[in-house]
Design a protein around this ligand. Sequence first.
Ligand SMILES: *[C@@H]1O[C@H](CO)[C@@H](O)[C@H](O)[C@H]1NC(C)=O
Ligand SMILES: *[C@@H]1O[C@H](CO)[C@@H](O)[C@H](O)[C@H]1NC(C)=O
Ligand SMILES: *[C@@H]1O[C@H](CO)[C@@H](O)[C@H](O)[C@H]1NC(C)=O
Ligand SMILES: *[C@@H]1O[C@H](CO)[C@@H](O)[C@H](O)[C@H]1NC(C)=O
Ligand SMILES: *[C@@H]1O[C@H](CO)[C@@H](O)[C@H](O)[C@H]1NC(C)=O
Ligand SMILES: *[C@@H]1O[C@H](CO)[C@@H](O)[C@H](O)[C@H]1NC(C)=O
Ligand SMILES: *[C@@H]1O[C@H](CO)[C@@H](O)[C@H](O)[C@H]1NC(C)=O
Ligand SMILES: *[C@@H]1O[C@H](CO)[C@@H](O)[C@H](O)[C@H]1NC(C)=O
Ligand SMILES: *[C@@H]1O[C@H](CO)[C@@H](O)[C@H](O)[C@H]1NC(C)=O
Length: 877
Amino acid sequence: MLNMIQLMIVSIALFAVSTSSLEIDFVPNTFVIEFDRPIQSFASKRHVLSKRSLFYQQLEAYNISYEVRHEYEIINAVSIAFKSAHDSSLFFEKSLGVKKAWPVNTVSKPAVYQTKSQDSNDNVSSLFGLYNATGITRVRDELGITGQGIKVGIIDTGVDYMHPALGGCFGANCRVAYGYDFVGDDYMGDNAPSPDDDPRDTCNGHGTHVAGIIGARDTKLQFTGIAPDVTFGAYRIFGCSGSSSDDVIMKAMERAYLDGMDIINLSLGDVGWPESPASLLADELALKGMIVCAAAGNEGDKGIFEVGAPSLGKHALSIASVDNTHVLSHTIRLQNNLTLGYLTANGAVFNVSTARLTTSSDEFLADRDGCEPLKVNAMGKIVLMNRGGCMFSQKILNAQEAGAIGVIIYNNNPGPVTPSISDGKVSIDYGGISKADGYELFHYLRRNPNSDTVEFLKQDLSFPVPTAGSISAFSSWGLGPDLSLKPDISAPGGQIYSTYPVDMGSYATLSGTSMASPYVAGAVALLQESRGGNRAIGAQEVRTMLINNGHPFNVLHSESLESVARQGSGLIDVYHAVTSDTSVFPEQIRLNDAEHGAQNNEYTLTIKNNGRLASEYQISHVVASTAQGFKIKGTGSDVFPLKKPILLSHHEADAVVDILSSPVVLVPANEALNVTVRIAPPANAASMPPSIYSGYIAISKSQDNDGGGDVKYVPYAGLTTNLSQLPVLLVNSTTPRLLSQRINVFSPALLSLQLAEASPLLSVSVVNAADVSQNYGLIPGGYSRYVGRNSIDDPTDVLIMSWYGNVATSPEQASLGTFARHSRTQQEDVQQQDLLATAVNQHVSQIGTKLDKGVYKLKVMALKPFGNVENDQDYDI
Ligand SMILES: *[C@@H]1O[C@H](CO)[C@@H](O)[C@H](O)[C@H]1NC(C)=O
Ligand SMILES: *[C@@H]1O[C@H](CO)[C@@H](O)[C@H](O)[C@H]1NC(C)=O
Ligand SMILES: *[C@@H]1O[C@H](CO)[C@@H](O)[C@H](O)[C@H]1NC(C)=O
Ligand SMILES: *[C@@H]1O[C@H](CO)[C@@H](O)[C@H](O)[C@H]1NC(C)=O
Ligand SMILES: *[C@@H]1O[C@H](CO)[C@@H](O)[C@H](O)[C@H]1NC(C)=O
Ligand SMILES: *[C@@H]1O[C@H](CO)[C@@H](O)[C@H](O)[C@H]1NC(C)=O
Ligand SMILES: *[C@@H]1O[C@H](CO)[C@@H](O)[C@H](O)[C@H]1NC(C)=O
Ligand SMILES: *[C@@H]1O[C@H](CO)[C@@H](O)[C@H](O)[C@H]1NC(C)=O
Ligand SMILES: *[C@@H]1O[C@H](CO)[C@@H](O)[C@H](O)[C@H]1NC(C)=O
C-alpha cells in the first residue's frame, strides 16, 4: 500500500517555539560511540586511552564542541554530549573511524503500584507466604543457604543503607558495602548528572524496597528477604524523580561488574530490542559471569509483544510477576469479629475509631447508588455505597450534605477499588472495598441492624489476596519482538512488603515486575552460594537451572495453564533448582513462525543425568493457553493488536505435539541422552487470527523419592501467522498524517504516525510530489533503529516528527534527530492543539541542508521484524 503525504514548504522556520514537554526517547545530541576494535584486542589499557584521546583531538581539530559523559572499560566505547545539533552534525559529516554511534535513550523509572500501609506491628510472616512455594524456606532451613559471600548489585534509585534491616551503614563491613551515586538528587534524565560517592536513597524508595526483597534482615518485625546474608552494591542511576539514560546505566552496570557483583538486577525502558547498547552490554557482562535479572515490564494492559529491554538480552533473565498470597490493609472490624480491608487514596486510615454504618440503598449493587440526594438517615454515620453511575465526588458530597462523616464505596467489579477525587469541597473520610467484601458488609448490616457500630483499626492487618499465585494484571506479555521466548520465568511481584527509606516510613507494599526481578536476584544469590560463590555458575547454567525447574500455573479461575508468553516457565522454585540432578537443554524451544521454524518442526532435547544412579524419565506434553493477540477488521486484510489477548482453549488452537523418541528413556549416571519432539502449529493455524500458541515438554523422573515433585518443564511458543504478514506501520486514510502541512516562519510540518508493531527501522524521506521515485533524502529525525510500538487504540499515543524542510546527507546524520513520543501515562483528554504545541522538536532544524521552496511528499517506511533493510518488500510504506 502506498500512502504519501503532500505538503508545501513556504519558508523555513527558525523561530523559537516552546520546547517539548512530550516524552522524547533520546537525550539530544548525546551518543554512545563505539570504536572499531574490541577492547580485548588492544595490547594495553594505555593504548585504548591514547586512541580515545586521539579521537578527542580530532573532534577539537574540527572545532566540534563536546563533553565526555562516560568512558567504558568493558566495551571500547565512550558516551559524548555534543554542544549543539550543529556540532553533532559536523561529527557525522567527518569520518572519524568510529564503528557505531548510538543515540542515548532516556529510560523511564519502572512503574510501581503502591499500597500505603501504616507502620504495622502485626505479625508480618503471612506476607512472605510464597517462600514455601518458591522453595526459599527449604533452601534456607534444610540446606542452610542464605546468600553468604554473594554480592548483589542494585542499579536503581540508591538504597537507604541507614535502614536497620539493611545494615545501618555504608562501606566496608556493612551490608551495603559498595556503591556510587552516578546522578545526584536533581537528575531527571535529560539534565547534567552530578555524581558523588553516596548512593543513599532518601527521596524515592524504589531501590530500598528492592534491596529488602533481596536480602533484608529485619529484627524489629522479624522478616527476612530472600537471601539475608548477601552483600549489596548500590548503584544510583535515578534522581528523586524523572528518568535516567542508558549511557549512565551502562556505566553503573560496568561499575557493578568491576566491584565484583555476582548478580545485578535492573529494568530499562518500555519496549526494547536485544540490539540496544545496554542489552549488548548486559549480554557481555553475562558472558563474563555476572547474572542479569531484569523486569519483564508493567505493560500488561497493552497486549502481546511488550516485554522490556534489556530483559530481552539473550543471557539476561526476564522476570514476570505473580501476585502475593497476603497483603496488609487498613481494617474495619465488625461486632462479630469479621475483619475487612479498605483502601484510601491518600493512604491514611479513617480518623474515627468507631462509627455507625448505614447503606444508602436497600439493594446490593443498586444502580446509581448515592448519585441523588440521600433518602436514608446518614447523620453522623458512615455510608456504604455501590460504585458506578456518577463520579465518586458526587456520591461523597451527597453523603456529606446528609450529615455523614464518611463514605465506603464497594467495587461493582471483582477486586479492590480506591476511590480518588479532586473535589476540594469534600471534607469527610472516604475509602473503597472489594465487591466481595461489599457483599459481606452489606448483608451483615441488613441482618444485624442493631450492630451497626464498627471499628476502624489504627493498625493494618494481613488479608488474603484473591489473585494469589496467578499472573499479576500489570505483568507484560511476550514474546520478544523477534519471537524470542520472553519472559523467562515468574516470581512474586504483586503486593510485596519490604523495606523503605527510614524518612519515608521504613516499610511499604509495592507491586510491579520490578519487585519480581529482585526476588529472582535473591534466588540466584542462593544458587551461587550453593555452588561455592565466585560467579561459579555462568549465565547459561543459571538460566537452565531456573527455567527447567519452574512450576507452570493456571489462568485465574481456570483449568488452563497461563500462556508461556505471559508466565515463561512458571513460578520459580529455588529448592529444586539447587538440588535437582537432572538438567534439560535447550531450556526453551523457540518455534518462531512458519517462515522461521525448524525443519519438519522437529526439536532435540538433551537430558543430562548428573546423579550417581541411572534414572528413568517420562517425556510428555502439557498444553498451555493459546493467546489470540490480534483481531481482524473489515475484509480480513487489516489486523490490529488487541489490548487484552483472547485465551483460546479449544484443541484446534493447540500445537500438535508428538514425542518422536520413546516416551520413557533410561539415562545412565553422569550421561546425557537426546530425545526428539515434533511441535507443529495448530491444525487450523491458517484460519485463526494471529495467535501465540504455547506449552511445555515435561520430563519427569520416574523413581522419585521427592514426592514426584521433580519434573523439568521446557517451555515452547510460536506465532500462528508469519510475522511478515502483521502490520508494523498503521496505514489508513487518516494515519500517518500531517498535523500541519505548511512550513512557515512559525512552525515546522508535524508528521504523526503509529506503529502497530515494534520496528527495527523507521525511516522518513522526502520525495518529489509529482514523481515519487525521485528521492531527496531522509528528514532529520527520520531514521530510527528499534522503535517500540504504540497503543493503537489510544489516538494520543503517537510518534510526532518535526520537519523544517531540510534533508540529512546520510542516515547517520538523520539519526541525530528524534521524534516526540506521546507519553502513555498522560491523561486521555489531551487536545490536538496541545499535542501540536508540545511536539515541536526544534533542534532538528539545524541538521542537514535545506531544500528549495516547493511542494513535496513524505515517504514513511517501517521495516518488519526479520526484514531485510535492502528489500522494499519487507517494509510497510
Ligand atoms: C570554532 O567554533 C566557535 C563557536 O563554537 C567559533 O567562535 C570559532 O570561530 C570556531 N573556530 C574555527 C576555527 O572554526
Ligand atoms: C507469626 O506467625 C507465625 C505463624 O502464624 C508464627 O510462627 C510466628 O511465631 C509469629 N511471630 C511472632 C513474632 O509472633
Ligand atoms: C511453610 O512451610 C513450613 C514448613 O516448612 C510450614 O511450617 C509453614 O506453615 C508453611 N507456610 C505456609 C504459608 O504454607
Ligand atoms: C531490579 O529490577 C527492577 C527493575 O528496576 C528494578 O525496578 C529494580 O529496581 C531492579 N532491581 C534492581 C535490583 O536493581
Ligand atoms: C470477638 O473477639 C473477642 C476478643 O478476641 C472475644 O472476646 C469475643 O467473644 C469475640 N466475639 C465474637 C462474636 O466472636
Ligand atoms: C483526619 O485527621 C487529620 C489530623 O488530625 C486531619 O488533618 C484531617 O483533615 C482529618 N480528616 C478528615 C477527613 O477529617
Ligand atoms: C508463511 O511462510 C511460509 C514460508 O515462506 C509459507 O510457506 C507459508 O505459506 C506462509 N504462511 C502464510 C499463512 O502465509
Ligand atoms: C544431542 O543433541 C545435541 C544438539 O542437537 C548434539 O550436539 C549432540 O551431539 C547430541 N548428542 C547425542 C549423543 O546424540
Ligand atoms: C485509522 O486507524 C485508527 C487506529 O485504529 C483509527 O482510529 C482510525 O479511525 C482509522 N481511520 C480510518 C479512516 O479508518
